[in-house]
Design a binder for this molecule. Sequence first.
Ligand SMILES: C[S@@+](CC[C@H](N)C(=O)[O-])C[C@H]1O[C@@H](n2cnc3c(N)ncnc32)[C@H](O)[C@@H]1O
Length: 238
Amino acid sequence: MSKFFKNLYHLILINTKFFIILKFIYNFLPNYKTKSKSKIIENEIYNDFKSYNEKEKWFCNNLFFLNNQLKKIKNIRNILEIGSYEGRSCIYFGKKFIDAKITCVDTWSGSDEHLNIKFQEIESNFDKNILNHLGNDRVKKHKISSDVFFEKNNKFFDLIYIDGDHQTDQVKKDINNAWRNLNDGGYLILDDYTWWWYNDLNKNPASAINNFIYNNINSIDVKNLIIWKQVLIKKKSL
Ligand SMILES: C[S@@+](CC[C@H](N)C(=O)[O-])C[C@H]1O[C@@H](n2cnc3c(N)ncnc32)[C@H](O)[C@@H]1O
């Protein structure tokens, strides 16, 4: 409960508009205390998963939320993921959308918050986990920064998941680049909306996400815009 108020307070401090705050509050009850329900999904999909630190399962806390949001979504053939780490999110999306091919982009060198992590091991775990859970023909791995990937990329995707560098300037670049490469009617999922690692609150992902929403409101399906600890944005179909 106290986390909810802390998040609300921080969102107010960064001048989040009222309609976004309302959406955040609306999602509180259905997603409050869903850790145990996420755990059930986690146990179903991550058996035999290689992990550098068993306690670091950031993605897993969102499983219940994501499962509910993605129930109605169909026809996802091409997924792009920015930030793959050991492969948890990739495996989740791969098992959720069994016809989809997934492009994974990661430097496998971490960012500010990744202190004392041996990324060679993280990358090797990614390779093993993907092979074990999805096989290599559905996943294309790019070991480069998201900026370099987007410079060269000319493919379009049905779903893009962003969980790379969390500094607001990089989040802003990643979202704008992703939006350009997202099909009409496609979905953007943004991780860590309520991640406040930088003391300067405006340096965290929420500022970039808010500004993106304000600037692109005409091409966003606002009725289907979901704001919680992750944000789900549907691009309007033309
Ligand atoms: C929070 S982790 C991703 C977690 C993963 N999605 C999961 O669910 O387990 C963030 C990842 O982003 C990667 N990363 C950081 N900066 C990046 C950049 N500029 N381009 C691509 N990947 C980046 C890091 O190497 C790290 O593996």
